[in-house]
Design a protein around this ligand. Structure first.
Ligand code: MG
Length: 297
C-alpha cells in the first residue's frame, strides 16, 4: 500500500482531441499512434502557424458531451458546493447507453476474452488498472470544472468517495471479476496522492471493485514509503537546499510496475486512459481506455 503526496497533476492540455500526439510524437510515428489509440482525428501542431490547424474549442467540448451522452443529475449535488443554495450545483453524468459507455464496454469485453483464453495459467499473474477514467469515471468533475483541473476542487470530488459522483467506468467491474475468476490478481496504480488512498479504496469498492489496499499504489512524492522511487527525489533548483519529485508520470508508473514485477508478479495486462499509464514497459500487453477530456504527459 503506497499512498502518499502526489505532486499536483501534471500540466495538461484542457481539451484533448489533440492530446494523443503531444507526448507520443517523439517516439511513435503518427500512423502507428492513431492505430494504437483508435484515435483517427489528427492532432493540431504544437506550434500552429494558422488557426485553421486547430479544432474550435467550443465545438470540441460539444463533441465530448455528445460522446459521453451528457446528462444532468437531479439529485446528486456537486461535492464542495452548497447543498442549501437556492439553486444547488448538480453533477453531470454520462449516459450508460451512450457512445462512450458502449466503446469502453467493448474494450473491456475483448480484454476479458483475451485474458480468459489466451494466457497460460501461471502463478502470480496479474492485471493492473489506472484509477481515474480507467476504473472510475470523472466526467462529473470535468464538466463541473469546465475541463480545467484544480487540485482543491478535484479533491472535493475524490474525497467524496461516492460512486454517484465517480461511478465505475462501464464494463470494467465485470472485467475485473472475470480476470479474478481466471486466477489473476488485481493491482491499481494511480497518480493520486497518499492522502487520497483511503477515499480511493472506498470509492472503488463502492463502485463494485474488489480492492486489496496493499495492491493500491498511490504516489509518494517523498518516496519514503516507496523506496524504489528514491531516484526520483532530486534537488529543487527553485528552492535551494530542498528536493522535489523529479520523475515523469511514465517513470513513476513504469518504476512502480517494475517494483511489482520484482516481487514475482507477472503483469499480463495494463489498463490506462493515458499513454503515460502505458509506456515504459513492465506489462505484457496494454489497453488504452478512451478519454478525450484531458491529456497527462
Ligand atoms: Mg487515468
Amino acid at each position: 500500500m503506497k499512498l502518499s503526496l502526489r505532486s499536483p497533476r501534471p500540466t495538461r492540455t484542457a481539451v484533448a482531441i489533440a492530446s494523443v500526439a503531444t507526448g507520443m510524437a517523439l517516439t511513435v510515428p503518427s500512423l502507428a499512434l492513431a492505430a494504437h489509440s483508435g484515435q483517427s482525428v489528427p492532432a493540431p501542431p504544437a506550434n500552429p502557424t494558422s488557426a485553421s490547424q486547430i479544432q474550435n474549442i467550443d465545438q470540441v467540448k460539444t463533441a465530448i458531451k455528445g460522446y459521453y451522452g451528457d446528462t444532468v443529475s437531479s439529485t446528486v449535488i456537486a461535492p464542495g458546493t452548497d447543498p442549501q443554495a437556492a439553486n444547488p450545483t448538480y453533477i453531470h453524468t454520462f449516459d450508460p447507453d451512450g457512445a462512450y459507455a458502449h466503446e469502453v464496454e467493448a474494450i473491456a469485453a475483448k480484454a476479458g476474452k483475451t485474458l480468459a483464453t489466451h494466457h497460460k495459467r501461471t502463478a502470480d499473474k496479474a492485471i493492473l488498472f489506472d484509477v481515474d477514467d480507467t476504473t472510475l469515471n470523472t466526467y462529473s468533475y470535468e464538466i463541473f470544472s469546465n475541463f480545467v483541473y484544480n487540485p482543491a476542487t478535484n479533491a472535493n470530488f475524490v474525497m467524496a468517495a461516492d460512486p454517484q459522483v465517480f461511478p465505475a467506468v462501464p464494463g470494467m467491474v465485470g472485467l475485473e471479476k472475470k480476470a479474478e475468476a481466471h486466477g489473476y490478481d488485481v493491482y491499481f496504480l494511480t497518480g493520486r496522492p497518499l492522502a487520497q488512498a483511503g477515499a480511493t479504496v472506498a470509492n472503488l469498492r463502492a463502485a463494485g471493485y474488489d480492492v486489496n489496499p496493499e495492491h493500491l499504489f498511490t504516489k509518494d512524492a517523498t518516496a519514503k514509503s516507496e523506496p524504489w522511487l528514491a531516484s526520483c527525489i532530486v534537488p529543487d533548483p527553485a528552492n535551494p537546499g530542498q528536493t522535489k519529485f523529479g520523475c515523469s508520470t511514465i517513470q513513476y508508473k513504469s518504476m512502480t510496475r517494475e517494483h511489482i514485477e520484482s516481487l514475482g508478479v507477472d503483469i499480463v495486462a495494463n489498463f490506462g486512459d493515458q499513454f503515460s499509464d502505458l509506456k515504459g514497459g513492465f506489462a505484457d500487453s496494454t489497453y488504452k481506455i478512451p478519454n478525450p477530456m484531458y491529456y497527462l504527459p
